[in-house]
Write a protein that binds this ligand. Sequence first.
Ligand SMILES: *[C@@H]1O[C@H](CO)[C@@H](O)[C@H](O)[C@H]1NC(C)=O
Length: 218
Amino acid sequence: MCGCCDSYCCQRFCEWLRDGCILFTIAVVAIVVTGIVLIIVIFGGPLRKIKIAVEDASLTRFDLLTDPTTRLAYNLTLTMSVRNPNWAIGIKHDEPLEAAYSFDGQQFDRVQVADEGDKQGARKTVVYRLVTNSEGRGIALGNAGEAEFKKEKEDGVFEVEVKLTGKFKYQLRKTKCEFEATCPVKMQVSPPGAQAVVFQRVDCELSKSDDQYCKMVY
Ligand SMILES: *[C@@H]1O[C@H](CO)[C@@H](O)[C@H](O)[C@H]1NC(C)=O
C-alpha cells in the first residue's frame, strides 16, 4: 500500500490521519452542540427583565396656583435609563414609551419617551432626558391634595410618581411584552443658579401580572 515509504513512515502517516480525523470529529461535534444550545437559548431560553431607573432629576420650580383653578407650575427635568440585560435579544417598541407624572395620585403631565418602532439592542442601556415645563397645568387635587402639597412644601421635598408604560417586542421571539414601571421620585426645588441638589438614583419597580413582569401578548 505504502509503496514509497518504509513501514515506519507509513505507520506514522496512518496515525496522523487517524488522530486528525478524531480531532476533526470532536471539533465538528462541539460546533454543532454549541450551535444547538445557542439556538435553544435565543429562541426558547428565559428572557431577562428590562431595568428602568431614574438617574437624575431636577426641579427648578414647583408651585401650586389656585386662582382661578388649581394648577401646577413646574420646570422638571428627568434623566431615565432603560437597560436591556438580555445578551442576545434586542427589543423594539411596538407602542410609544410614555412617562406619566403624578402628584398625590393625580396625574399632571405625560411625555413621550421613545417612539413606536425604536429599537434597543441586546445589552444596551438607553438614556432619555425628559424636560417638562408648565406655567400652570390643571390638576384635580382637592383640598386633601392641596394640604399634601403644603405639607411637602414645608418639608422641602416633593414626591412625584413617574409611571413608565410601554409595549415592546423581543426580537427573534413571537411575544410582545406590555409593561408598567413606577418610580417614586423625591425632589427638592432648586431654582436656576442655586447649587444643584444631589440626587439619589431611583430604581423603578416593574408591575404587572403575577409571575411575569410584563403581560405577554401575541
Ligand atoms: C421654566 O421654564 C420656562 C420655559 O422654558 C422658562 O422660561 C423659565 O425661566 C423656567 N423657570 C425656572 C424657574 O426654571
